[in-house]
Design a protein around this ligand. Sequence first.
Ligand SMILES: NC(=O)c1ccc[n+]([C@@H]2O[C@H](COP(=O)([O-])OP(=O)(O)OC[C@H]3O[C@@H](n4cnc5c(N)ncnc54)[C@H](O)[C@@H]3O)[C@@H](O)[C@H]2O)c1
Ligand SMILES: [Zn+2]
Ligand SMILES: [Zn+2]
Length: 425
Amino acid sequence: MILPNGTSPLGEGFVDVEELQLEPTDRRTTLMKAVVWHGKRDVRVDTVPDPIIQEPTDAIVRITSSGICGSDLHPYEVLVMFMEEGDILGHEPMGIVEEVGSEVAHIAAGDRVVIPFNISCGHCFMCDRQLYAQCETTQVRSEGKGAALYGYTKLYGRVPGAQAEYLRVPQAQFGPIKVPEGPPDDRFVYLSDVLPTAWQAVVFADIPDGGSVAVFGLGPIGQMCARIAMHRGAGRVIGVDLVPERLEMARLSGVDVLDLNEYDDIGDAVRGLTNGRGADSVIDAVGMEAHGSPIPQAMQKGASLLPDPLAQKMIERAGVDRLAALWASIDAVRRGGTLSLSGVYGGMADPLPMLDLFDKGVQIRMGQAHVRRWVDDILPLLAGDGDPLGVDDFATHHMPLEEAPLSYEIFQKKQEGAIKILLQP
Ligand SMILES: NC(=O)c1ccc[n+]([C@@H]2O[C@H](COP(=O)([O-])OP(=O)(O)OC[C@H]3O[C@@H](n4cnc5c(N)ncnc54)[C@H](O)[C@@H]3O)[C@@H](O)[C@H]2O)c1
Ligand SMILES: [Zn+2]
Ligand SMILES: [Zn+2]
């Protein structure tokens, strides 16, 4: 098994665990189940060695729930050239602390914790500014990227992921969020990614009090963006998608939904609901795999068939993102409005309508969520008896870890009503 090497917290290359030359007594002899990437659309549940404490700042957590995210679909389908067979996927976990390193003080064995998807130290230049997704301690400098992430391609450090029975948590002196005993995991697990990502998207969207926001994409992120926007005082929330049960879920929470399939010009449809101007703010919660982008879709497919080095260059140098949702978002925002991107994009030379962006005076904010930054805002909404964000029945599926291959398939193909799936090891 490949693990991050012992000299750096993360990111400076990886060594085989055999080369760590640990005493046999330091090595766990036990094995665990984990969701392992084998190739495009090929994930399997394999038996791999348990993770072990390697740094005094590590913790080992026994995972009780682990989400499957839209972000997991990128290595599953498009970013295959940045993956290696054997990589463990997953970045939305919670569980019980099993063991902590000597420098981890705020949590102890037996504590119930949620683990943020980005790995941050809490004390560097970036973390001091709450830019946790840019942590300089875990930045993946070899790839020119920000903070390391669990289970997410070599671009983000090839850190073994969280769809597994156990997870090694680096920088555990800062990352894990202690949550109370009692309610089911569903109450807290979305603190790892979905809720802070949606919260940041809404804050970045800068919706005027009582103003309008259009949310493109009603996957888990878009659903929560809509709910949080309402909670924070948006006057009108418009949601755009093309999957009936996703539109219905949003409609039930008070969103004015637009089915992409029913409009030739979705920008006009949004303007039709916003006094002809367009929405004050637009959130793109779709990202690089947007439906309705035929040419880049073919390029993505082509890239995923090329030998890895060529494919990596193509993805990094060329415009291979499917931009339908981004272009529609730019069209749907009003003049002087704000565009907030939480959908992930990866092309280095994507064509953008600079004329429209500049002429309309659009402000744009984006990026990976700085998870810990928003936790204090969100926790009170999860703590009481009420459930203002509707997390308790948000998951459409709870599946055993063994069923990860099927779970990935139905989530990607949007079958069996799958909107949010939690794997439960
Ligand atoms: N910024 C971050 O930190 C962060 C964190 C988590 C997820 N993400 C990203 O957010 C995006 C959404 O994640 P998710 O888990 O909700 O994924 P998802 O794949 O379930 O949701 C995407 C939704 O967009 C819809 N869609 C596709 N094309 C569309 C179009 N042209 N117009 C409108 N809707 C369209 C799909 O039907 C789907 O419902 C992904 O790109 C994911 O990688 C970013
Ligand atoms: Zn996620
Ligand atoms: Zn840091």
